[in-house]
Design a protein around this ligand. Structure first.
Ligand SMILES: NC(=O)C1=CN([C@@H]2O[C@H](COP(=O)(O)OP(=O)(O)OC[C@H]3O[C@@H](n4cnc5c(N)ncnc54)[C@H](O)[C@@H]3O)[C@@H](O)[C@H]2O)[C@@H](O)CC1
Ligand SMILES: Nc1ncnc2c1ncn2[C@@H]1O[C@H](COP(=O)(O)OP(=O)(O)O)[C@@H](O)[C@H]1O
Ligand SMILES: [K+]
Length: 523
């Protein structure tokens, strides 16, 4: 499923009329109709009952831009259907958008009940409130007056207990970054147009949008996107397309030979988790390379399916592998950067770099903060060290070191930075935030939509590394392995989450991976 940013929405709004001949007014008509359908999907609007009176109605709270105009269209449709509606206007109507003026004129001609916000006091009869104060047109902080209105709505909602819906995005939510302005409310539902807005998938936006309902615009807007970078969701539909059946004759040789490199005196668990996850995700043969000193204790702890070898013999260790995944528990001692470089020099096959292997790389590029702030995409990121084509799986702390930028900045420009990094370095980046994203060298970004807070425990990322390596070893491309790996890892945790809110372990996630694969294959 596609994801749209504010810039994409503006592009569509400009190009669809030009290229497809479908006017903005028609798109708006469909958007308004979509709000109506979404409301009907949730309530029987003919017998609205807010448990207080039989005079209840759907309240549309409309700003004076096109977001408010969508609300006016929806109110008009509902009125025709005989559903009681009331409109209240927020802002200065003398400064409204052209389409707002047109829709308001239509509502007035129909005899719709319309008040200015300050005149309205019939809150006890509100059954459902729909906010169209602003959508993708937000600029800067919310004005004080708007914050007051939103605060008022929130107070009334607590008092009268009605559901609150947002049109397109909650007022105050940045539809691209997911950042929220002070005063933004939490909603029960958001009806968003064309495709889900990126800001509804990124925190804190994801926490305030409620249930997202996508309403179609009635014109194939995908056709006008041209070579714009696309962003899509990682969900079961995508994973089902990527997973392949195994041929009945698939023996262990066919399913690949994976090598995991990691471990140090202080960390033996991380490489074990990664290697075991590679086994559980279906790799034909898995070998774990660890320093000689910890080899006996690793051998004593790991499942018998994994072979253990010593990293001291590293040239021989690399031979005949379909994939090498390096980093979990490797440590940060002074010898590690040279060790990592020597592996990168001698191995030319598919590679996954995680954890301490990423740390060992140090800074690989730099970010121009002014360009980032101003959205000058081309000059945001400069490469300082070339990297081999590989999958990299940093969490935000590791990514912060790689690009030499504080985490706060990364959180605010999450998708943009992931995309620019993958494009400029020509690598597959799995950025493990909440949610995780996968960015490809061609600029496509996938955003994970599943997973749960029970995953926040040490070792969960090591399992993901093993899963991605497991898929690569079975012949999936680096990018498919990354996307599929993120899905299968999170879905496995979600299955466990059905019975355990948290406290399930990374090893539990690992051993449940096969159930997710069965689910995807429809078995
Ligand atoms: N992109 C598209 O193709 C379509 C967009 N549509 C709608 O159009 C919306 C965008 O419309 P507009 O561009 O007119 O903008 P909006 O209506 O989203 O926002 C503009 C309004 O918000 C106010 N505003 C902006 N920043 C503010 C702040 N910081 N504090 C207080 N008030 C603020 C402005 O004064 C103005 O009244 C979308 O969200 C969507 O609802 C739909 O009509 C369907 C088609
Ligand atoms: N609250 C959460 N919701 C969804 N996924 C989460 C959450 N917390 C952690 N995760 C996932 O768990 C994994 C943690 O990885 P990482 O930080 O590398 O852990 P570790 O270094 O302990 O192995 C990532 O895939 C991340 O997306
Ligand atoms: K809105």
């Amino acid at each position: 499923m596609n994801i749209l940013t504010t810039e994409d929405a503006r592009f569509i709004d400009r190009e669809v009329p030009k290229q497809l001949g479908v006017s903005l007014e028609i798109l708006m008509e469909n958007a308004g109709r979509g709000i109506v359908d979404a409301l009907w999907g949730q309530y029987d609007l003919f017998s609205l009952d807010n448990a207080r009176s039989i005079n209840s109605f759907v309240l549309f709270i409309c700003g004076t831009g096109n977001n408010g105009a969508d609300g006016l269209v929806a109110a008009r449709h509902l009125m025709e259907q005989g559903v009681p509606v009331q409109i209240v206007l927020v802002g200065d109507t003398s400064k409204c958008s052209d389409l707002f003026a047109l829709q308001l004129e239509r509502c007035e001609a129909m005899g719709c009940i319309i008040d200015m916000y300050d005149e309205f006091n019939d809150w006890s009869n509100v059954a459902v409130a729909v906010e169209g104060i602003m959508g993708t047109g937000l600029t800067g902080k919310l004005r004080d007056l708007t914050v007051d209105v939103l605060h008022d709505i929130d107070t009334m909602r607590s008092q009268y207990n009605f559901d609150l819906w947002a049109i397109d995005v909650p007022a105050g939510l940045d539809a691209t970054t997911g950042q929220i302005a002070e005063g933004t409310l939490a909603y029960d539902y958001t009806v968003t147009f064309g495709a889900i807005k990126q800001g509804l998938l990124l925190y804190p936006g994801k926490a305030v949008g409620g249930i997202a309902v996508v309403a179609p615009l009635g014109a194939p807007w995908q056709k006008v996107l041209g070579d714009r970078d696309i962003t899509v969701t990682i969900d079961s539909n995508l994973a089902e397309k990527l997973i392949n059946y195994r041929i009945p004759m698939a023996h262990k040789g066919v399913n690949g030979n994976a090598l995991i490199i990691g471990g140090s005196n202080d960390m033996i668990g991380a490489p074990i988790l990664a290697a075991e996850a590679a086994v559980h995700s279906g790799a034909g043969k898995v070998t774990l390379g660890v320093p000689e000193v910890i080899k006996p204790v690793v051998q004593g702890r790991i499942i018998p399916e994994v072979m253990v070898t010593s990293t001291e013999a590293h040239k021989a260790m690399l031979e005949g592998r379909q994939v090498v995944a390096m980093g979990p528990g490797l440590g940060r001692t002074s010898d590690i950067p040279d060790f990592v470089d020597s592996i990168l020099d001698s191995y030319e096959g598919p590679l996954v770099l995680d954890a301490d292997a990423l740390y060992a790389l140090g800074h690989v590029g730099s970010v121009d903060k002014d360009a980032l702030r101003d959205g000058e995409i081309e000059s945001i990121y400069a490469v300082e060290r070339d990297l081999p084509y590989c999958v990299m799986t940093p969490h935000l702390g590791e990514f912060s070191r790689l690009i030499d930028l504080p985490i706060k900045w990364i959180e605010r420009h999450y998708i943009t930075l992931a995309r620019e990094f993958a494009k400029k370095h020509q690598v597959v980046l799995v950025l493990k935030g909440i949610p995780s994203v996968v960015a490809l060298p061609d600029g496509t970004v996938y955003v994970n939509t599943i997973g749960n807070a029970g995953m926040g425990s040490g070792g969960m990322g090591d399992v993901l590394t093993g899963v991605i390596a497991g898929f690569i070893s079975q012949g999936y491309s680096l990018q498919d392995s990354a996307v599929l790996g993120v899905y299968v890892h999170s879905r496995s945790a979600d299955i466990l989450n059905d019975t355990k809110a948290w406290g399930y372990t990374p090893s539990d996630v690992s051993t449940s991976l096969g159930c997710v694969i069965s689910e995807l294959l429809g078995e």
